[in-house]
Design a binder for this molecule. Structure first.
Ligand SMILES: [Mg+2]
Length: 223
């Protein structure tokens, strides 16, 4: 089995302040528009890819799509560098209290673990590492917001990058937003939603199951 973990609201709790700052700082530099932090939050970023968030913010500042596309790669590189520079300027990301134990349990059962997140890869991996969870996720695997703008594409990519080949019914996404659910559905795999992020059980009713935390998701997987 392959289990694909979202980061924000799922493996990590709390608002990713340094991440949002890095995205906004790099947008100001690359496109020369006065992006502020509230522009990022105004996109309701939970579940969106970072590239998608940047496009929404920049469109709000009247930047044309062709200009957005022309500098997207430059922005990704700069946002990751700024995030690394800001690492000590913001509270570190906090792992879900049960993340370590749940990942260890799955790994112990021979389950392959990977990340599927809208975060740019270097930022997502830095956050997961800062929270003490980096060792669970192999480099070269997973799907990230730097790989594609559409979250649905990231599940497919993570499956292609996994060390094993898993049929649809052996892949499970764990995430905290309706966008995680839609991405899993688009690739024909199952999804367990956790209510530790921005959404309650009602908003996540489209998942195969909803759990109050990762431990609850593990219990569902074990069944
Ligand atoms: Mg999330």
């Amino acid at each position: 089995m392959l289990v694909l973990f979202d980061i924000d609201g799922t493996l990590l709790h709390g608002a990713p302040e340094g991440h949002a700052h890095a995205m906004a700082d790099a947008m100001r530099t690359v496109w020369g528009v006065p992006v502020v932090l509230d522009d990022v939050w105004a996109t309701q970023p939970a579940g969106r890819t970072d590239r998608e968030i940047a496009r929404l913010v920049l469109r709000g500042h009247s930047v044309a799509d062709v200009a957005i596309d022309a500098c997207m790669r430059e922005w990704i590189d700069l946002a990751c560098r700024v995030h690394a520079q800001l690492a000590n300027a913001h509270p570190p990301p906090v792992a879900a209290p049960d993340a370590q134990a749940v990942l260890a349990s799955l790994k112990g059962q021979g389950v392959e673990l990977a990340l599927v997140t809208g975060n740019l890869e270097k930022i997502g991996r830095a956050k997961v590492a800062a929270a003490g969870l980096g060792a669970w996720f192999a480099t070269g695997e997973g799907g990230f917001g730097s790989d594609a703008e559409l979250r649905a594409d990231l599940v497919k990519l993570a499956r292609e990058r996994a060390s094993g080949r898993y049929p649809d019914d052996q892949v499970v996404v764990i995430g905290d937003t309706p966008r995680d659910i839609a991405a899993a559905r688009a690739d024909g795999v199952r999804v367990i939603a956790v209510t530790t992020g921005a959404h309650d059980a009602g908003a996540l009713a489209g998942a195969d199951a909803v759990a109050p935390h990762l431990t609850g998701a593990l219990e569902i997987l074990d069944r």
